[in-house]
Write a protein that binds this ligand. Structure first.
Ligand code: C2E
Ligand code: MG
Ligand code: MG
Ligand code: MG
Length: 278
């Protein structure tokens, strides 16, 4: 390997492409078994209500304990599950599991569940929600569905119709990762979301002293005018918390309060007094 004629580099490139394709195929195969094998579980991250000064809810975050690779994050496997048509089945499991957990929590504590655009637009989605609520006995207003703006890309009208049906059932709807997607304020005019989640990237920007502070303030003001709540995502330190509080953001989620915990950790968190943090 004294000579560098470029062919070696090309072969290396080819080999790593092969390796990536092989890994990807393996993930598809493994994902197909993961549900039956019970390899999924939910973690829960508290959402702290600054006004009420207590935890107002938890977001359910999916975890995959891969038998060989160990824990694989949702950012890696959810896009694959979407591509191979598995997200509907996985999302149905998540919905049932999330509602089941939440029934054992105090009444004021909500559960927020992420829903993929594909799952949301699947014809059976409303039935899944109804079934998850009736089987668990969870009050509909304790369930908050989190969708992103990308759900609107494939056509607004059927999405809005379904959002209104969810609302009639009493289920809450949050707009996740706000400000990052194909943001269009027209969605805010078309549907009264219960909550806007301010994306973590703007919270990170608060420390950098860039335009993030102005954007956060604008989102909070807009939400207030539209009678929607706000949650800031990815709050990691006291300075961010202080700024967000100053700007009137109502809810805070992030490592500063707590990382996502297992179901068994929820009770302990609910008993914690966050006096010095809040
Ligand atoms: P998301 O809904 O925006 O969830 C927030 C993500 O930020 C979570 O990552 C959470 O662990 C992480 N996070 C929370 N606080 C902090 C912080 O202070 N610092 C940092 N660096 N990160 C923080 P996670 O659990 O890896 O999930 C990533 C994404 O995967 C979620 O983003 C959501 O879009 C998707 N996802 C997770 N669970 C599900 C699910 O059950 N169904 C669907 N369709 N998507 C899911
Ligand atoms: Mg979310
Ligand atoms: Mg988010
Ligand atoms: Mg996010």
């Amino acid at each position: 390997r004294a000579k560098h004629d470029g062919r070696g580099a090309f072969r290396f490139f080819e080999a790593s492409l092969d390796e990536a394709a092989r890994k990807r195929r393996q993930m598809e195969v493994d994902l197909r078994d993961a549900l039956q094998n019970g390899e999924f579980r939910l973690n829960f991250q508290p959402i702290f209500d600054l006004k009420a000064d207590r935890i107002g809810g938890f977001e359910a975050l999916l975890r995959w304990a891969h038998p060989v690779r160990g824990e694989v994050g949702p950012a890696e496997f959810i896009p694959v599950a979407e591509e191979i048509g598995l997200i509907t089945a996985i999302g149905e499991w998540v919905m049932h599991e999330a509602c089941r957990h939440a029934t054992s929590w105090p009444d004021h504590v909500r559960i927020a569940v992420n829903v993929s655009p594909l799952q949301f637009r699947h014809p059976g989605f409303q039935a899944v929600i109804l079934q998850a609520l009736s089987r668990s006995g969870l009050a509909p207003n304790r369930l908050e569905v989190e969708i992103t703006e990308s759900v609107f890309l494939a056509g607004e009208t059927p999405v809005l119709a379904l959002l209104h049906r969810l609302r009639e059932m009493g289920v809450r709807v949050a707009l996740d990762d706000f400000g990052t997607g194909y943001s269009s304020l027209s969605y805010l005019r078309s549907f009264p979301f219960d909550k806007i989640k301010i994306d973590r990237s703007f919270v990170i920007g608060l420390a950098a002293n860039d335009s993030s502070a102005a954007i956060v303030r604008a989102i909070v003001d807009l939400a207030r005018a539209l009678d929607m709540e706000t949650t800031a995502e990815g709050v990691e330190d006291r300075d961010q918390l202080a700024q967000l509080r100053d700007q009137g953001c109502g809810n805070i989620q992030g490592y500063f309060f707590s990382r996502p915990v297992e179901g068994t950790g929820v009770d302990a968190l609910l008993k914690t007094v966050f006096a010095q943090a809040a």
